[in-house]
Ligand binder design. Structure first.
Ligand SMILES: C=C(O[C@H]1C=CC=C(C(=O)O)[C@@H]1O)C(=O)O
Length: 459
């Protein structure tokens, strides 16, 4: 598979019958091909073998499935969720399996800071080439969008031109260690402490009972940055996390490995995670169990978790029926951290689309706070940086299903800079030093994969 060129694969693919061209006007033409792979196809390696400006990747929990996209056939962006939903629904009326990769900003209604402007408040890409692996089933699709009437042959010729361009970007990626030459903390440790003390005041005075405050670290590399080795390291750890990568320009990508599912839709079945309350993993089984016990016995961690879980339950009740909560308050073990975890499932009521369902849950108090409105406005007032897409919904959707994760344990790569984000839930018992440490541990998901160890990297 890796060695097949895209042109050969296009020749094996069939144009979607009778939907090849919109007889009444312009639209998407789509070719598909699926097969059973006797050997697992390394989807991420295939993707990063290209150096295309637009690249997309999402893997299900524990790598259960993978979806990748290359190039840009069509982009749906802007600040209107309704317009985006209408564009997607007309696309899916003819091509229900066309996959849109993307997400939204944490605060789609707020102005974005410069480094995030290209992402916009909402952005979804339908790639030129889509490759999916589900178990041993592989599905490949090619998409060509035209705003003019094209014959089938014209559409194919235009697609072949794009494929030639994509093929020309194939390179062998060098798995070299990244060297970072400077590191900046925003806010500083002092600023962080002040922010947490402010939050504790608001909690004491009853304005809020939880707020999730974040910080970022900017790493600057000597040379320009290569995603392939970082992504490969992120995907190496097979824990209950999603790996995502949304690259929209040669030097701009948002990526991460997050444990938190915001939404999974299969037909009308919906599930949403509540994850909050954190401890590190132990150095051995005994210490690991101690941390687990500490989490389950801590009223502070349990309260932090229940605020999220109750909120998800309330929101679920508004848009779904047949609600189930399973597992409830169990422990989710990740590579370096463990969390309290509850999963909420149900059947989505008619009349809801993916985007309004996402808006119903986002932001959960795992990344915002409670009450939501007050917590969000304090985040905007206190955090010295703009979150951009950090902690926003990130994932994929088709006309038949969707999966979105919460974009935490994440970073924005921008030129030779990497903006690494992490946040922590602040409740009554919180302490600034432990919360700093917790965010440090959370950032390690990215810093370890980036090759930066605490001792090196300064210049
Ligand atoms: C906001 C983050 O984590 C959230 C998700 C799980 C546990 C959390 C906590 O225990 O504070 C946070 O609410 C982050 O990783 O940036």
């Amino acid at each position: 598979m890796l060695s097949y060129d895209l042109m050969t694969l296009l020749d094996k693919s069939a144009v979607e019958p009778s939907m090849a061209l919109d007889e009444n006007g312009p639209g998407l033409t789509r070719w598909t091909y699926s097969w059973q792979a006797s050997e697992p196809v390394p989807v991420l390696q295939w993707l990063t073998g290209f150096k295309t400006a637009e690249q997309f990747y999402f893997s299900g929990k524990s790598g259960g499935y993978e979806a990748a996209g290359l190039g840009q056939a069509m982009v749906i962006s802007g600040d209107s969720q309704e317009k985006a939903a209408a564009a997607l629904s007309s696309l899916w009326a003819r091509h229900p399996q066309a996959m849109a990769f993307g997400g939204t900003a944490f605060e789609p209604d707020q102005k974005l800071s410069l480094e995030w402007t290209d992402f916009g408040p909402l952005r979804f890409t339908i790639p030129v080439v889509e490759l999916r692996r589900n178990g041993s089933t592989m599905e490949l699709a090619f998409n060509h969008f035209s705003d003019q009437n094209l014959t089938g042959a014209e559409a194919k010729a235009a697609l072949q031109d794009k494929i030639r361009d994509l093929e020309a970007t194939r390179t062998k990626s060098e798995h070299s260690e990244e060297t970072w030459c400077s590191r900046e903390q925003i806010p500083s440790r002092k600023g962080w402490n002040a922010m947490i003390l402010n939050a504790l005041d608001k909690i004491k005075s009853g304005v809020i009972n939880k707020v999730v405050l974040s910080r970022k670290m900017i790493l600057t590399a000597r040379e320009s940055w290569d995603a392939a080795p970082i992504l490969a390291r992120l995907a190496e750890v097979k824990d209950d996390s999603f790996v995502f990568f949304y690259k929209i320009a040669a030097d701009k990508a948002f990526f991460g490995r997050t444990p938190e599912r915001l939404l999974k839709l299969e037909g009308r079945s919906i599930s949403v995670d509540a994850i909050a309350g954190t401890r590190p993993r132990g150095r051995d089984a005994g210490e690991d169990l101690e941390f687990e016990k500490e989490l389950l016995d801590s009223p502070k961690e349990m309260e932090e978790h229940r605020i999220v879980s109750r909120y998800v339950e309330e929101q679920m009740d508004k848009i779904a029926r047949g609600l189930q909560t399973e597992p409830r308050e169990s422990i989710l073990k990740l590579g370096a951290l463990q969390h309290i975890f509850t999963q909420h499932c149900g059947e989505l009521r008619n009349g809801h689309n993916v985007l309004d369902t996402l808006a119903c849950f986002h932001p959960t108090p795992a990344v915002g706070g409670h009450p939501a409105r007050e917590a969000r406005s304090l985040i905007l007032e206190w955090e010295p940086h703009r979150r951009g897409w950090y902690a926003g919904p990130i994932g994929w959707m088709t006309g038949e299903g969707a999966e979105f994760a919460v974009g935490i344990r994440s970073a924005l790569a921008e030129g030779n800079r990497l903006h690494v984000f992490a946040g922590a839930g602040i409740v009554e018992e919180s302490d600034p030093d432990s919360e700093w440490l917790e965010t440090e541990n959370k950032m390690q998901t990215i810093t370890r994969a980036s090759g930066l160890s605490p001792q090196k990297g300064e210049c």
